[in-house]
Design a protein around this ligand. Structure first.
Ligand code: SF4
Length: 221
């Protein structure tokens, strides 16, 4: 006889929270107004970035921008997960996906996946000067080129594409450091305002960054 017992309620094992923070939806906007969640706890997944969907074990390209709760420093574990007490430190105010998630029945979560997602432009007010920088970054450091690559690709990337990626990696880094200086921003906010640096995203494509004379070059692993 099978020893497998079906769950019907949360046992607070923490597995969901340790797999990473949720994507935020329009319904979660109130958490900013109530100052439960600060921008420094967020990471932006930009359009075109590789992401894992609920069903797929293989990554696909983000069709739209996604705002997620960050991981805890170097871990995936949600920044609000309290490992010592196996609990959520904002439980009474947890985001929509966390309310709907039942690991034994994901129907409700799947029903909202990818819908009514929050973007940076729902959180930053239109008169904040950084908005212009974000739009400029999206235009000049678009991730469109990534859709031409395959994750962990075995074949080599051709020279013109590699040159284009290298230029983009350096442009992306320059853009970030200028914006951080210009707005006197804390590094904590960089991942929200500009998403992950391109060189970090490219490690998923077996491209390793090396710094030579202050510039990044990409090496194919
Ligand atoms: S917000 Fe709370 S419930 Fe949601 S993933 Fe983070 S720790 Fe878990």
């Amino acid at each position: 006889m099978s020893k497998h017992i079906l769950k019907t309620e949360c046992e607070r094992c923490g597995t969901c929270c340790m797999k990473g923070g949720p994507a935020l939806h329009i319904e979660d906007k109130k958490l900013f107004l109530q100052e439960i969640i600060d921008r420094k706890y967020l990471i932006t997944i930009r359009k075109g970035e590789p992401v894992f969907s609920l069903e797929e074990s293989k990554p696909e390209w983000a069709k739209t921008e996604i705002i997620k709760l960050k991981g805890n420093h170097t871990e995936w574990s949600c920044i609000f997960y309290d490992r010592k007490n196996f609990s959520c430190s904002i439980y009474q105010h947890r985001p929509l996906e966390c309310i709907l998630l039942k690991c034994w029945d994901t129907v409700e979560l799947k029903a909202i996946a990818g819908k009514r997602l929050l973007s940076r432009f729902d959180i930053i007010s239109s008169d904040e000067p950084i908005i212009k920088y974000i739009h400029k970054h999206e235009k000049e450091c678009s991730l469109e080129i990534l859709t031409q690559l395959s994750i962990k690709q075995n074949g080599k990337i051709n020279k013109p594409t590699l040159a284009e990626l290298t230029e983009l990696v350096n442009k992306d880094l320059t853009f970030r450091s200028e914006a951080l200086k210009h707005f006197n921003l804390n590094l904590d906010l960089e991942l929200f305002y500009f998403g992950r640096p391109l060189f970090k995203i490219l490690s998923q494509f077996a491209l390793i960054p090396r710094e030579i004379n202050g510039k990044i070059i990409l090496i194919q692993a």
